[in-house]
Write a protein that binds this ligand. Sequence first.
Ligand code: NAD
Length: 292
Amino acid sequence: MTERIDGHTLLISLIATPIRHSLSPTMHNEAFAKLGLDYAYMAFEVGNEELKDAVQGIRALGIRGSNVSMPNKQAIIPYLDELSPAAKLVGAVNTVTNKDGKGHLVGHITDGTGAMRALKEEGVEVKDQIVTMTGAGGAGTAIAIQAALDGVKELRIFNINDQHYKTAEETVKKINENTKCIATLTDLSEQAAFKKSISESSIYIDGTGVGMKPLQEESLINDPEVIHSDLVVFDVVYIPKETKLLKFARANGAKKTINGLGMMLYQGAEAFKHFTGEEMPVSYIQELLFKD
Ligand code: NAD
């Protein structure tokens, strides 16, 4: 007879669609088991149409917390009672807490803190640095806002002129109005400005997903002269482990190259801390999920 789940076990949910491919249930359940915590984590196929009822379900069932993924990260906001300062600024939520199951739901965003912790764990300090980044979608916005909150001096965002450009404009405005960081936005087609910005930066973050299938043969930097020995290059992609960008940066003498695996693990670890108050055993989980 399994001893893992009984009448006392507390439930954590994940609401998104599609969701069956997610690593989060394995990540959290293995961490609960490792620490002997009486929680279970389950994924529910929930889109925007079912979202309001699903959030009421969290309250009604006393589910202790939930992760939230696409397409619900922004749509869930009207149904929550409170937002963390970062979630408010980003305008998105990936973690909801329901303290003691009392029905007061607080939305948090851990993508940005996860990315910042991934950098920190590699010995990279963002405070007072000049950072260039590409990408201003879901991941890019969370990273940009958290980087600004964590004390980046200048954040120079470059984005192609697509539907995300407007989001990038709003992000830059929010950062300049709410933090000490100076944020700018430039069209990525202005390649001379992009290259100059990287030459003046100590960190380049690619938050676009270029380098992941189907764009695995592409990189937003192809000129070896852009890479310099004081530059840390961080790519949010973790499949493949080394994108074309990271390979190129490493081959051309970048100080450090970091993939998105740490961001993925630490966004989960930050959520785990919100749910349980405990530290996720990150290296154990990493070994379990990502051993070669
Ligand atoms: P999104 O669609 O919301 O945003 C994509 C961004 O990339 C936009 O700013 C868009 O303008 C830009 N972009 C798209 N195609 C481009 C191109 N060809 N050249 C230049 N810029 C381009 O996507 P998202 O949800 O922010 O996800 C982006 C990537 O981040 C994905 O690969 C995703 O898997 C990854 N991600 C990783 C983690 C992690 O934990 N490591 C978390 C979230 C997302």
